[in-house]
Design a protein. Structure first.
Length: 186
C-alpha cells in the first residue's frame, strides 16, 4: 500500500533513463512498419494473436497493445504508431481470416449498440414475458401480481399525463435594433 511513487519522484531520477524519454530508434514509418510485419510473421507471434482473437480480444486492442509496447520500449514514436496502425490492423485481420476465426474488429461503426437503461429494461421485460408464456404453455398457474407496474417503464400517473401545464399567452415584443452601430434606447 505504501510502496507507490511519491509525487514528484520522477523528477528526482536521472533524466533520459527510460526508453520513451530518449529519441526513438525508428523515425521512418516504413521502417517501423517493416519491423512490425517481420515480428508478426513469426509463427509463435501469429499463433498467439490467433489464440487471443479466438478468446474474444478484438483487433483494435491487439493493434493498440502492439504499438504501445513499441512506443514504451523506444522503438518508434506515437506519431509513427498512428500512421502505421491501419496497416497493422489489416494484417491482424488477415491472420484471423486465414485461421478461420470469428473475430471482432473493435470498431464502433460495426453496429455495436451501447447499452442504455431502456434497452436493459426492455430485455428484462422480454425475459419475464417469455417465462410467463412458458408457464402458460406448460399448463402451470401464472402469478401476475408483480406486473402491475414494470420497473423502468414509467406509468401515466408517474409521468403526470393527467395534468396539462397552463399556457400563458405571450405579449408581442417590439423588435430591438441590432447591429454594430445601433443606438441603445433605454
Amino acid at each position: 500500500m505504501f510502496s507507490t511513487a511519491v509525487p514528484g519522484q520522477s523528477l528526482t531520477s536521472e533524466p533520459k533513463n527510460a526508453p520513451w524519454e530518449n529519441p526513438p530508434l525508428m523515425v521512418d514509418p516504413e521502417e517501423a512498419l517493416l519491423y512490425h510485419l517481420e515480428n508478426l510473421k513469426e509463427p509463435k507471434v501469429t499463433e498467439s494473436i490467433a489464440g487471443l482473437m479466438a478468446l474474444g480480444v478484438d483487433i483494435l486492442n491487439l493493434t493498440e497493445g502492439i504499438l504501445r509496447t513499441a512506443v514504451a520500449t523506444g522503438q518508434h514514436s506515437i506519431d509513427v504508431s498512428l500512421i502505421i496502425a491501419p496497416v497493422i490492423h489489416e494484417y491482424i485481420k488477415g491472420i484471423g481470416d486465414g485461421a478461420g476465426i470469428d473475430y471482432n474488429e473493435g470498431l464502433e461503426d460495426e453496429g455495436q449498440e451501447e447499452l442504455d437503461l431502456n434497452s436493459v429494461s426492455l430485455s428484462l421485460h422480454k425475459k419475464q414475458a417469455k417465462e410467463i408464456l412458458d408457464e402458460i404453455t406448460a399448463g402451470e398457474e401464472v402469478d401476475l401480481s408483480g406486473l402491475e407496474n414494470f420497473e423502468g417503464i414509467p406509468d401515466e400517473d408517474s409521468m403526470g399525463m393527467d395534468e396539462q401545464p397552463e399556457m400563458k399567452p405571450q405579449e408581442p415584443q417590439a423588435e430591438k435594433p441590432m447591429g454594430l452601430m445601433s443606438r441603445r434606447t433605454a
